[in-house]
Ligand binder design. Structure first.
Ligand code: GDP
Ligand code: MG
Length: 320
């Protein structure tokens, strides 16, 4: 009954002691959205300065939501990296689009990433994918990020795109960056800090992510698969961690299933005398040890689950 709240009337004469500290911090959720391959994951990594979200030269590799948190003295930004915006084709892609929408609903600020070179060629920053989203979530502040500035020959060419962003009425701010070269990424972070609402931090200062380590381990294995094989095979695989435990010798034992759709893909994944799979194992173990800062014993198994991409029940089992 006599509780003093920030907005209520103090009942016991504790007001105006001269040292009253109002909430000076800001904290909010930022959804990073944009077409595949525009550099969303690279940007998030540059912001967090840590290898949390996977980056590969191929489109459509980020299928699950990655949450990264960046905190300094005054502000905490909670990032959601979303799958690239695409027209749903498989059932899996439908549920990916569901994720995108969930992320946007949850977000305080939208960070729309565009490939500046492509936008320059198209002569517009607006496309049929981002416009409906910006329209639907018009009440949320949006920032346009023109990424890949390093690849634009004449930097001033970005100016008319910035002007278009301003005139469109969709964007509060626009910023030109190079995620790859970490240029102007700090400027973007400053803008985002100014746009998230005032409030206390939701997470510990030194917490980089709320997702469990096994998620990152699975992502690192998936990344190794993307590097090792071409085209069709990576797109029909998924990785689940089946065991993750400490052994007596101090090593962490990790067993993972690589799930494919067909026997032929299994054959390709394993390779002659198991050479290809061995490479994936070596490559991903090194990445996992680097990420976990701990020696790891890794075992990979390839399993066939026919048409897992189109089977809703199996998708749910895999966490989509
Ligand atoms: P996402 O699909 O939007 O998450 O895109 P990624 O972050 O996976 O990046 C896709 C490709 O674009 C990768 O080959 C990146 O190295 C490249 N890329 C990302 N940011 C930049 C940038 O600022 N400049 C250039 N030149 N390439 C970039
Ligand atoms: Mg990505």
């Amino acid at each position: 009954m006599s509780e003093a709240t920030a907005s209520g009337t103090p009942s016991e004469g504790t007001a105006n002691e001269g040292t009253a500290t109002e909430v000076a911090t800001r904290c909010g959720t930022v959804a990073i959205v944009g077409r595949p391959n525009v550099g969303k994951s690279t940007l998030l990594n540059a912001i967090l300065d840590a290898h949390l979200s996977i980056v590969t030269p191929k489109a459509q590799t980020t299928r699950k939501r990655v949450l990264g948190i960046a905190t300094d003295e005054n502000a905490q930004l909670i990032f959601i990296d979303t799958p690239g915006l695409i027209k749903p084709k498989y059932k899996m892609q439908h549920s990916m689009m569901g994720y995108v929408d969930d992320s946007l609903n949850e977000a305080d600020v939208l960070c729309v990433v565009v490939d500046v070179v492509k936008a320059f060629d198209d002569k517009t920053i607006l496309d049929t994918f981002t416009t409906p989203i910006l329209t639907k979530y018009r009440d949320k502040p949006a920032v346009l990020v023109l990424n890949k500035m390093d690849a634009l020959h004449l930097k001033t060419e970005a100016l008319f795109l910035m002007e278009e962003a301003r005139l469109s009425g969709f964007y509060k701010r626009a910023v030109a960056v190079s995620a790859l070269e970490n240029k102007e990424v700090d400027a973007l972070v400053d803008i985002l800090k100014g746009l998230v609402p005032k409030g206390p931090f939701l997470y510990d200062k030194d917490q980089l992510s709320t997702l469990p380590e096994r998620f990152f381990v699975a992502e690192l294995i998936r990344e190794a698969i993307y590097f090792q094989y071409r085209e069709e095979v990576p797109y029909s695989t998924d990785v689940t961690i089946v065991e993750f435990e400490e052994r007596e010798n101090g090593k962490w034992y990790i067993a993972a299933d690589i799930i494919v759709e067909r026997e032929t893909q299994k054959g390709i994944l394993i390779g002659a005398q198991g050479e290809a799979l061995k490479m994936v194992g070596e490559f991903s173990r090194a990445a996992i040890e680097k990420h976990l800062q701990h020696p790891v014993f890794l075992e990979l198994y390839v399993k066939v689950r026919q048409d897992w991409r189109n089977d809703k029940a199996q998708l749910t089992g895999l966490g989509y």
